[in-house]
Design a protein around this ligand. Structure first.
Ligand code: 6PG
Length: 239
């Protein structure tokens, strides 16, 4: 585990963009492709904008990049809450990536059908490794990550890679990757910003192992690397 602390959201976003570009280059050199799962929410937007502007300068061979999502709200792609829409507006609409390389979760479908379909999408598009080269994750103030929320069914041990997950406190369905596929990733980056995340991050990193209460604790790469990219606000409770 490597914890990188940055003074403000801008330098944090720059650093995540560097990690994305460097990992894409090393993955493409090693395997001829770069399988990346994007996080939703608001924090990653600044990093996606930077990747778009830097990626244009041929730093990224977009034709060999396969874009996936870590989770999705069960809404249509044009909905303001859609993680696909956020990534499209911040990144995908600004880079020369072939449309067939973009693997959206079908938030507009029935949740269980969308989850089963995305399992097939992963199996058909991750290539021979059947793993991600990079998974970018955010974390909520309740220590959820992707759409693995405390006390929800998707936390139950499963070999499935994608679950439909009803989140009581949101009164909403979500689609989410499960720890079983996330933890196979070569690289996992937690991108966390803001003092309001400090308490949750303290529990996840230093607290007792109670993953059903602090689901980000389920994220432990089996053989890959995990990096925490955080700002000083989120780092307030890190010893
Ligand atoms: C989502 C995300 C979720 C997010 C955290 C943090 O669909 O909301 O995937 O896991 O990363 O809730 O969100 P913020 O970056 O908006 O704080």
């Amino acid at each position: 585990m490597k914890i990188n602390i940055f003074p403000d959201p801008n330098t944090l976003a720059d650093a995540v963009a560097d990690r994305f570009i460097n990992t894409s280059q090393s993955s493409i050199l090693a395997t001829g492709r770069f399988n990346v799962a994007l996080a939703g929410g608001s924090t990653p937007q600044a990093a996606y904008h930077r990747i778009a502007s830097r990626g244009k300068k041929e730093l990224v061979n977009w034709s060999l990049v396969q874009i996936f999502w870590g989770d999705e709200r069960c809404v249509p792609p044009e909905h303001p809450e859609s993680n696909y829409r956020m990534a499209y507006e911040a990144l995908l609409d600004h880079i020369p990536i072939p449309v067939e390389n973009i693997h959206r979760m079908a938030g507009e479908w029935l949740p269980f059908e969308a989850a089963n379909h995305y399992q097939e999408i992963l199996e058909s598009n991750l290539g021979p490794s059947q793993r991600f080269d990079l998974v970018i994750l955010g974390m909520g103030i309740d220590s959820h990550t992707a759409s693995l929320f405390p006390g929800t069914a998707a936390l139950r041990k499963t070999s499935r890679w994608v679950k439909a997950n009803y989140v009581d406190k949101l009164a909403a369905w979500r689609l989410t990757l499960t720890p079983s596929i996330i933890n196979q990733a070569r690289n996992i980056v937690f991108l966390i910003s803001g003092e309001n995340k400090a308490e949750a991050l303290h529990h996840v990193i230093s607290g007792k192992f109670q993953p059903h209460q602090y689901p980000s604790q389920f994220i432990k790469p089996t053989s890959g690397k995990i990096y925490y990219y955080i700002d000083t606000g989120a780092a307030k409770r890190i010893a």
